[in-house]
Ligand binder design. Structure first.
Ligand SMILES: Cc1cc2nc3c(=O)[nH]c(=O)nc-3n(C[C@H](O)[C@H](O)[C@H](O)COP(=O)(O)OP(=O)(O)OC[C@H]3O[C@@H](n4cnc5c(N)ncnc54)[C@H](O)[C@@H]3O)c2cc1C
Ligand code: FES
Length: 289
């Protein structure tokens, strides 16, 4: 398994520099849940599409409000539309989620490292997502499905707090219909009549089929969920060097200059957000790094 190589600025298209936002116009807004929206964007200045690698993020700038890091959640093989899925938690994300068709925001990026989808060819792949963590993993799922013949078994394990918090419900149904993709979904709590899986996402890992020594795992979700997931994957003998996690930290510059996103001896914006687990295991074990 080769290391994750940050592509970041080498992949920039149509932007004038890593610190200068380019205007993008909202083409379409889809409501995913009560607080989460998916926005499809196109360049407002007539630039070409937006190339990125699965797992990378952009800085989205709401004029007069502020700027936040948001993962790209669209299909890397369709760069003509830039897609982001945003959960409204504070001033900037709420302003983004209020945008309607025709609204404009600033975009700079893409930044950071990516999921090792090419390096995983020949292996089984297990994707474990919690809540909004499915958004950064969706581009990897698109990539794996459009190159299905290159991989062994593929499994997606996804958990959310309630049924109302599940993202991409139409797509989840479609993916479940694939005979060559195992999809396991669970919710933490539910009304009485529900007959699906109930419980935290880690309870599903023991039942997923894969060959541990030839498996690449990609994990994204709240840190506590990732800690328990990593423990379950280790219990099933998936190697730390074949396990990748996406980290979140507050960001300002996104280019490794300001130090806001420091995580142990790394910067999440420059060395992550996708990390090979064995390389950060030491700091990940400490809660407040
Ligand atoms: C690399 C990366 C990728 C991300 N991708 C996505 C994405 O695809 N979709 C998405 O909705 N969000 C994503 N986030 C999180 C997003 O950046 C934050 O929710 C956002 O910065 C909050 O800004 P705000 O001004 O709206 O809220 P603030 O006023 O800054 O915060 C509001 C509340 O949210 C909490 N909060 C702020 N930042 C985070 C964070 N990073 N993680 C958890 N809680 C936080 C604060 O503690 C506070 O309680 C990503 C973060 C990183 C670092
Ligand atoms: S956000 Fe400035 S160093 Fe990472």
């Amino acid at each position: 398994m080769t290391a994750v190589v940050p592509k970041g600025q080498a992949m920039m298209t149509g932007l004038s520099g890593p610190m200068v936002p380019s205007p993008f116009r909202v083409q379409r807004v889809r409501r995913e849940t009560y607080d989460t929206f998916t926005l499809e964007l196109e360049p407002a200045n007539g630039a070409d599409g937006f190339s990125f690698a699965a797992g990378q993020f952009n800085m989205l700038y709401m004029f007069g409000v502020g700027e936040v890091p948001i993962s790209i959640s669209g299909d890397p093989t369709k760069p003509e539309t830039l897609v982001h899925t945003v959960r409204a938690v504070g001033a900037v994300t709420q302003a983004i989620c209020r945008l309607k068709r025709g609204g404009v925001l600033g975009v700079r990026g893409p930044f950071g490292s990516h999921w090792p989808v090419e390096e995983a060819a020949g292996s089984d792949v297990v994707i474990v997502a919690g809540g909004i963590g499915l958004a950064p993993l969706r581009p990897a799922i698109y990539y794996l499905l459009s190159n299905r013949e290159k991989y062994g078994r593929l499994a997606l394990v996804y958990g959310a707090r309630t049924l109302q918090d599940l993202l991409y419900q139409v797509e989840l149904e479609k993916w479940r219909g694939h005979f060559d993709l195992e999809v396991e979904v669970t919710v933490d709590t539910v009304a009485t009549s529900y007959r699906g899986n109930v419980g935290v996402v880690t309870t599903l890992i023991p039942r997923v089929q894969f060959d541990p020594l030839h498996t690449v795992a990609m994990v994204c979700g709240p840190e506590v969920m990732m800690r328990f997931t990593l423990r379950e994957l280790e219990a099933r003998d998936v190697r730390p060097e074949n396990t990748f996690i996406s980290m979140e930290r507050n960001m300002k510059c996104a280019v490794g200059s300001c130090g806001h996103c420091q995580f142990g001896s790394t910067f999440v914006c420059r060395d992550g957000p996708v990390f090979r687990y064995d390389r950060i295991q030491e700091f990940f074990a400490k809660r407040e790094v």
